[in-house]
Design a protein around this ligand. Structure first.
Ligand SMILES: N[C@@H](CCC(=O)N[C@@H](CS)C(=O)NCC(=O)O)C(=O)O
Length: 215
């Protein structure tokens, strides 16, 4: 039994991020699933672990429960430094965090399950309107991200030639986009990075269809 337990959901993109980071670092973990559709993440037991009622949370045996995928990944990167998920220089770290946050702060939160549910329940949005909402924020964020990937610091991956925090976020968001049939043709650089991630075992093993709760 590992000291790490990941409380998560197979299809959640923020859960995918943390699974990729754990895999890249070669860390074993226990897998605890919460089905989001029947609201298992709002159960009393889970709210005791993470009062936000959002997955993922990373429990460290007899020590702490961490929440927020980007904070969890940075914790793992500090405690298990190899392979590093952030550049060694301050400017590089700022760039990688900015690329990751285009997705983590400015795309994903607007398109989260609770937001899409609210649009339907309280604003009479039908599925077509919800899909257009989802596409709007992805397209805005990905257009900026695609432009930033034209910068010289970009290599085979978002920053140089090894996967970083930014690639982890790109990978998970592109998987999410597929569920909403987002047209990815305007984003060739993002597509190329996603395709490279798909060749790496740590990314493959984090995919939704590889998880024990996949349906
Ligand atoms: N900023 C948080 C977001 C976590 C989050 O929103 N997770 C989604 C799944 S990807 C969730 O639990 N959604 C449940 C809901 O919206 O009710 C993080 O990065 O961990």
């Amino acid at each position: 039994m590992s000291d790490y337990t990941l409380h998560n959901y197979f299809r959640s993109s923020t859960s995918i991020r943390v699974r990729v980071a754990l895999n890249l670092k070669g860390l074993d973990y226990n897998y605890q699933a919460y089905a989001l559709l029947p609201n298992e993440h709002k159960s009393e037991a889970y709210l005791r672990l993470n009062p936000q009622g959002l997955v993922p949370a990373l429990e460290i045996k007899d020590t702490a429960v961490l929440s927020q995928s980007l904070a969890i990944i940075e914790y793992l990167d500090e405690v298990h430094p190899e392979p590093s998920l952030l550049p060694s220089d301050a400017l590089g770290r700022a760039r990688v965090r900015a690329l990751a946050q285009i997705i983590g702060c400015d795309i994903h939160p607007l398109n989260n399950l609770r937001i899409l549910r609210k649009l339907k329940a309280d604003f009479d949005a039908d599925q077509k309107t919800v899909n257009a909402w989802f596409a709007q924020w992805v397209e805005e964020g990905f257009t900026a991200l695609e432009q930033r990937l034209a910068e010289p610091e970009t290599g085979q991956f978002c920053h140089g030639d090894a996967p970083s925090l930014a690639d982890i976020c790109v990978f998970a968001q592109v998987l999410n986009n597929a569920r909403f049939n987002i047209d990815m043709t305007p984003f060739p650089k993002i597509n190329a990075i996603h395709a490279r991630c798909l060749k790496i075992d740590a990314f493959i093993r984090a995919m939704p269809d590889k998880q024990p709760d996949a349906v």
